[in-house]
Write a protein that binds this ligand. Structure first.
Ligand code: NAD
Length: 596
């Protein structure tokens, strides 16, 4: 019989604690909510009230249920109020000495059978547990932010946690409507171990002016379908908390440099820029605690005129190539009203591309997204050619041929001879340095990267890669073109992986390393990222879709360019690729797809 939890205590009512109180009270459990002093207690009460009022306003909670929920919560200053609860969850700041002091005190105050749990993200539950005389009743219950929304709970057992305590807590999670994964005590557990290297990397990109905060966040939201960008997420987590988590993970997790907090973080914390809770972090918020972002000095101008400042007029566009990307890009430009010259290596290939574009446009018509007349007009704007000479009078060329530097360089040298002056020359490369193709021409100032995502007609994102030779007019032109295509163009520097791949693939590689170390299973890791962080797919699902060979190639490039030891491809990834297990396309990758 699972233990009955009728009253629980929550210590610390900050970002996490207030949410955890709500989770319990919503599920009919009485809560003793404790803070260190009266003002903090009031803040916690206000957070709970605001959150439940929002739920009522959104129709997700009846007013009577909200009132009943509040009646279940008893607020108090000091740990003495916890003398008769069945379980305590501690959610105070991420400092080992503070948590140890609180656990020693809880051990004295609480009944002998009370379970003591910590919501720590990165500290050792074992080290916290030895501050008590009952380490076998100490456990980690790691909720995700915002606690009332995110479904995942990581349950952390130490080597001494009693099995029945683990079982009782798992049953409690089910009662709260949460999905739990039970794991051993390791820095960052599953989700944060995979998340924080990525978040820190994104902060590093921002610090080094690699891209703006808006562009970094838009890239990850639109390129990967994440619920929020990394810098907005840092603001939600709280920069002080994030700093402590990274610092602990660095020290506990093998001194991986990727977890050494980026210096800017410490400076922001010192300056009181803690994120949403203080009203300012990477972004500025309406007021402390508000999720509403307001413009500040770093907000880019929104008007199209400002975006297109110095942009050249583009009417006619050449697209070189006959693969998936070229086909999609031809469609995108033709639909947006540009005249398009498609150049392939022969009439047969042109016919195939033409058919593919027609099929795709027809699908739009069948789905009611495109009028027949618009389809016909779009097709009428495309001319088909097998020679580059027909690009003599275009205003922009988008190259989407095979991903081989020698081929691209030869093509750009030819374009340099054929195209009129002032033309913008764009490459869609996803892994080669844009500067290499730019230097194959005598006009590197006119060369830019336009990294479309697959499928181009659907994906809203384009990475706009500017080299150290790209002129401001070329960048402005590329921006204006993206806007005219209805795409979000994010500008970044010319470094391996640009924004999206540079942030995404090391995370996927880390997941493979975690699996390889037998810390958890592919299913639990996928669950953790989907339910704890709101990712649309788990890392192993995504790897099987992307292709393990593709992931390995990108990871190798990143490792070669940045020489970051943490970026070394996971041996398991290499072995699976060698074995021909490439993912869905070979019916086997991390999972067996042969029966699906
Ligand atoms: N922020 C997140 O996204 C997140 C997610 C999961 C877990 N966590 C973990 O949850 C814990 C709390 O983090 P947070 O972000 O909510 O921090 P926070 O700074 O927002 O809140 C901490 C609260 O603890 C209170 N406090 C400090 N000392 C206390 C004491 N002696 N007794 C009672 N209360 C005390 C503070 O007044 C404050 O209100 C940390 O261990 C953190 O790693 C955070």
């Amino acid at each position: 019989m699972a233990r009955e939890f009728s009253t629980v205590g929550v210590v610390g009512l900050g970002t996490m604690g207030a949410g955890i109180v709500e989770v319990f009270a919503r599920n009919g459990i009485d809560v003793v909510a404790v803070e260190i002093a009266e003002p903090a207690l009031e803040r916690g009460r206000a957070t709970l009230t605001a959150s439940t009022d929002r739920a009522v306003a959104k129709g997700k909670l009846a007013a009577a249920d909200r009132d009943a929920l509040h009646e279940r919560v008893h607020f108090a200053v000091g740990l003495d109020a916890l003398h008769s609860v069945d379980l305590v969850i501690e959610a105070v700041p991420e400092h080992l000495d503070l948590k140890q002091r609180i656990f020693a005190e809880l051990d004295r105050v609480c009944r002998p059978e009370t379970i003591l749990a910590t919501n720590t993200s990165s500290l050792s539950v074992t080290e916290i547990s030895v501050a008590t005389t009952r380490p076998n009743q100490v456990i980690g219950i790691h909720f995700f932010n915002p606690a009332p929304v995110m479904k995942l709970v990581e349950v952390i057992r130490t080597v001494v946690t009693a099995p029945e305590v683990v079982a009782d807590v798992e049953a409690l999670c089910a009662r709260l409507g949460k999905v739990d994964v039970t794991i051993n005590d390791r820095a960052g557990f599953i989700a944060n171990a995979l998340l924080f290297g990525y978040l820190n990397h994104a902060v590093g990109m921002f610090e080094s002016h690699y891209a703006t905060r808006e562009d970094i966040d838009a890239a990850m939201k639109l390129g990967c379908g994440l619920p929020m960008g990394p810098l907005a997420l840092m603001d939600l987590i709280g920069l002080d908390t994030a700093y402590e988590i990274l610092d602990t993970m660095y020290r506990r997790g093998g001194r991986d440099r990727r977890h050494a907090p980026v210096p800017l973080l410490k400076q922001m914390v010192t300056a009181g820029l803690l994120g949403r809770k203080s009203g300012r972090g990477f972004y500025t918020y309406e007021r402390p605690g508000s999720p509403v972002v307001v413009p500040d000095g770093a907000t880019p101008p929104a008007t199209e005129a400002a975006l297109g400042d110095g942009a050249r007029a583009i009417a006619k566009v050449g697209v070189v190539g006959s693969g998936t990307m070229a086909t999609g890009i031809i469609e995108v430009f033709a639909k947006a009203g540009y005249e398009v010259v498609s150049v392939t290596r022969g009439a047969e290939k042109s016919a195939t591309v033409c058919e593919a574009v027609k099929t795709s446009l027809n699908k739009g018509v069948v789905r009611g997204k495109l009028a027949e007349a618009d389809r016909d007009a779009a097709l009428g704007r495309i001319s088909w050619s097998a020679t580059l000479d027909h690009l003599a009078d275009v205003d922009l060329v988008v190259e989407a041929v095979v991903e081989e530097l020698s081929v691209k360089k030869a093509l750009f040298a030819s374009l340099d001879e054929i195209c009129k002056p002032g033309v913008v020359l764009a490459t869609t490369t996803s892994s080669l340095p844009v500067i290499d193709v730019a230097m194959a021409t005598h006009r590197p100032a006119d060369v830019v990267g336009l990294h479309f995502f697959n499928p181009a007609p659907v994906m809203p994102l384009v990475e706009l890669v500017r080299t150290i030779r790209t002129s401001p007019e070329t960048t402005a032109t590329a921006r204006a073109v993206c806007a005219a295509l209805g795409k979000i163009g994010v500008v970044c520097a010319d470094r391996s992986g640009f924004i999206v791949n540079a942030l995404l693939f090391p995370y996927l590689n880390d997941a493979v390393k975690m699996l390889e170390a037998s810390y958890s299973t592919a299913d639990d890791i996928d669950h953790a990222m989907k339910l704890g962080c709101g990712y649309p797919m788990g890392p192993f699902e995504l790897l099987d879709v992307v292709g393990l060979d593709v992931a390995l190639a990108i990871q190798r490039e990143l490792y070669l360019e940045l020489r970051e030891p943490g970026f070394a491809p996971a041996p398991l990834l290499e072995h699976l690729v060698t074995a021909g297990y490439l993912g869905r396309k070979t019916r086997r990758g991390f999972r067996d797809h042969s029966h699906r």
